[in-house]
Design a protein around this ligand. Structure first.
Ligand code: ADP
Ligand code: ADP
Length: 229
């Protein structure tokens, strides 16, 4: 069954100066456990689509379901984890304390049964031994690993990633792409991954959704299913 399904999603932002059509009539579906790359140039609406799925933006038209729920219900059920381009770690907290953060601010006091512990999540992203390091003691790649571990706290069924490696050098990015593929395979989490890198989209994705450069004028859009050996 579909983890995420969008049908005819249109998003318009109305400001006092003008109306921007950020997405126009976008449809897509991702199976549970799938990996979809959202690819397109800057401004084509990739972040907006991710934010619609996360219930941070309401579509002007169209339907969205996340594991059969409306986005608001999926968000309330803590089905989602979100990773942004900036790791946004709290500098006065250690790596481990940053991963634990959602337990304190998210209203959830304990992890669901069977969910990996913060320590296990740091190990999963390759940071065993760095639990007590502070963000300034970690490289950019390591900081982003921490933010991935934090997003995986509570065992979300869906991980939304908005250009998570966009600020990293190419070598670090390649390494993290390999790690992310392993994490995806080990956890079975469904992933939506935003990038403007064709290479990254194709390396990671089972499917690539290509968004048109100008959604206001051109709704052209395809999903490519990539063959895997
Ligand atoms: P991408 O992630 O592909 O770079 P975005 O989804 O961020 O694209 O933006 C798509 C379009 O919507 C852009 O033209 C952007 O300026 C506009 N946009 C995004 N968010 C808002 C907002 N909150 N208010 C007004 N316009 C917005
Ligand atoms: P990543 O691919 O996670 O960004 P780097 O290539 O930046 O990792 O770092 C490679 C290795 O260098 C790390 O695994 C770590 O052992 C070490 N390292 C990186 N930053 C620091 C630091 N601030 N202090 C000590 N060792 C570090």
């Amino acid at each position: 069954s579909a983890a995420v399904e969008c049908r005819g999603v249109t998003v318009r932002f109305v400001t006092d100066r003008r109306t921007v059509t950020a997405l126009r009539d976008v449809s897509m579906a991702v199976e549970a456990g799938g990996f979809l790359s959202l690819l397109g140039p800057s401004g084509c609406g990739k972040s907006t689509l991710l934010r619609v799925v996360a219930d941070l933006v309401k579509p002007s038209a169209g339907d969205v379901s996340v594991f059969g729920m409306a986005p608001a219900a999926a968000r309330a059920a803590r089905t989602l984890g979100f990773v942004f381009q900036d790791a946004a770690l709290l500098p006065w907290r250690t790596a481990l304390q940053n991963v634990e953060l959602p337990l304190e601010v998210g209203g959830r006091r304990e992890l669901p049964k069977g969910a990996p512990t913060p320590r296990e999540l740091l190990k999963l992203v390759g940071l065993e031994g760095w639990e007590n390091s502070f963000p300034h003691e970690l490289s950019g790649g390591m900081r982003q690993r921490v933010s991935i571990a934090r997003a995986l706290l509570g065992g979300p069924r869906l991980l939304l990633m908005d250009e998570p490696f966009g600020a990293l050098d190419e070598i670090t990015r390649d390494r993290l792409n390999e790690e992310l593929r392993r994490v995806w395979q080990e956890t079975g989490t469904t992933i939506l991954f935003v990038t403007h890198s064709v290479y990254e989209a194709v390396f990671l994705g089972e499917q690539v959704l290509v968004l048109a450069a100008n959604p206001g004028r051109n709704a052209a859009l395809v999903t490519v299913d990539l063959p895997r050996d």
